[in-house]
Design a protein around this ligand. Structure first.
Ligand SMILES: [Zn+2]
Length: 335
């Protein structure tokens, strides 16, 4: 019956197709090579076959509310895809090939089982709306901050304890929702003056959490990404040698950073080379790249003019990550 239906559609040169079924339709690409929109939500589909990659004109794919456990790498061949909806499935990871979707504007992967996001996601240069609510995220790749078009990021209801240092540095990013990540106590200061949601964050520290790198100031404690190797204070006037070397290398080769072989005469461990391409963060005061050490400064949200917006209930703090004692002393959240 479905086959007959599709044959009829192919004659009609269909652009839009909504089906209700338990299995991905076979030979879809051969029958409907010009398909632009495909809605397969609210079925019981478990597997999307490799053949999906043949629907090269597809712009909108909705596979929400199914039973998907895997998204095949061939999805990366859908180079015209603009909207991908995978909400409410059983996905534990996304293939790195998602990064090949250069036209992708909307990605909804809420209510799945993701532990992290694919690092190549930052290559989706058109991505504007990313929704990862209600997953199991504990870590967000710092590369995500490089998404040039991202306007709205929603990661509510996950297991995040810290955020990338540069999150919010992009002017395009205006909406960030991280509500109900109970261990999250620090928000990068770049998020001040943006629309944020952080209710249900900042629970008291449990003994089991002490393994996480943390920084305390007064009564406040925030967690930091494990990539941070050292935490500077206002008394640490001298930068570690490795940090000085990395900053020097970065400035020397900055214009060549896009060339992966730019350091070929110099031998560097892969981890450091990767850091040169994507620093840990940029000083919230002066934009200097930072690689191993950060100088954090806390601003409890409750004590800022934004407290009223959050009904004075929140216990999270904005964190200014600075590059030196000088920037630490002169940073002002409200300026
Ligand atoms: Zn600085």
């Amino acid at each position: 019956m479905i086959a007959l239906f599709l044959s009829w559609l192919s004659i009609k040169a269909s652009l839009f197709l909504k089906l209700t079924m338990w299995k991905y339709p076979e030979n879809l690409a051969q029958k409907l090579p010009n398909l632009v929109e495909l809605y397969l939500h609210s079925n019981n589909i478990v597997v999307v076959p490799e053949a999906i990659g043949s629907l090269v004109k597809l712009q909108c794919l909705d596979l929400s509310d199914n039973a998907l456990e895997i998204v095949c790498p061939e999805i990366g061949r859908l180079r015209a895809l603009r909207h991908l909806r995978l909400a409410n499935n059983q996905l534990q990871f996304l293939p790195p090939e998602v990064g090949d979707l250069k036209e992708l504007q909307t990605l909804d992967i809420s209510t799945n089982r993701l532990l992290t996001l694919p690092e190549r996601l930052h290559m989706c240069l058109s991505l504007q709306y990313l929704t990862v609510d209600r997953n199991r995220l504990w870590y967000v790749p710092r590369h995500l901050c490089q998404l040039p078009s991202l306007n709205e990021l929603s990661m509510a209801g996950n297991r995040l304890a810290f955020l990338p240092l540069d999150l919010g540095r992009s002017r395009e990013l205006q909406y960030v929702y991280v509500d109900n990540n109970i261990h999250l106590k620090g928000l990068p200061s770049y998020l001040y003056n943006k629309v944020i949601g952080c209710s249900g964050c900042g629970a008291p520290i449990q003994v089991s959490e002490v393994k996480l790198l943390s920084f305390s100031s007064g009564q406040r404690t925030v967690f930091l990404p494990a990539e941070v190797k050292a935490i500077g204070t206002e008394h640490d006037h001298v930068l570690p040698l490795q940090e000085l070397a990395m900053r020097s290398l970065y400035h020397t080769y900055h214009s060549l950073l896009k060339d992966l072989n730019f350091l070929s005469p110099i031998s560097l461990p892969r981890s450091l080379l990767e850091l040169l391409h994507c620093p840990l963060g940029h000083c919230h005061r002066c934009s200097e790249p930072m690689f191993t050490i950060v100088y954090p400064k806390l601003f409890p949200l409750r004590e800022t003019p934004m407290a009223g917006l959050h009904q004075w209930r929140t216990t999270v703090s904005f964190v200014a990550y600075c590059c030196s004692t000088q920037c630490l002393q002169t940073f002002d959240l409200l300026s």
